[in-house]
Design a protein around this ligand. Sequence first.
Ligand code: ADP
Ligand code: MG
Length: 156
Amino acid sequence: MPGLTLYLADEEAMQTFGGRIAKATAGEGVIFLEGDLGAGKTTLSRGIIRGLGHAGAVKSPTFTLVEPYELGAVRAYHFDLYRLVDPEELEFLGIRDYFDGQSLCLVEWPARGAGFLPKADMTITISPQASGRSLCLAPSTPRGEGWCAMLSEESR
Ligand code: ADP
Ligand code: MG
């Protein structure tokens, strides 16, 4: 499955690229976001959620674990599982309703929810560079492959 690697020089480029991811997904699917604290997972999520049409603030769901967004016909759920103690807690959050296949789910720190999360369509790994960030997009379903094909076509 061919993926995509790219370099984004600053926060603005990160948000703009998030907007392109939003368009590629059309608001449905599951994206895992990997990278250390401060890598830019929330920044990219913000770009994606704004790209879906959200005009207000996008706060980090560090303490709430999940922030829901209703954007017309599109629903998005932004997870940050950093503080999840036991993956079983996800059951109490009503995780099944979130991953109903008709929403876009963005998951920071997905490893903390291992065993209780559905399969991702795409995993984005963010690595800080001397300045800026490099992003590696790895699809894991045909849907994710379609997104990567669309995004690499545009990046040419
Ligand atoms: P995480 O959610 O991975 O912990 P955040 O998105 O909260 O990270 O924070 C990332 C920090 O890096 C922010 O200060 C943001 O301004 C900065 N940042 C995000 N993307 C880039 C980029 N492409 N180049 C440089 N700095 C960036
Ligand atoms: Mg974050």
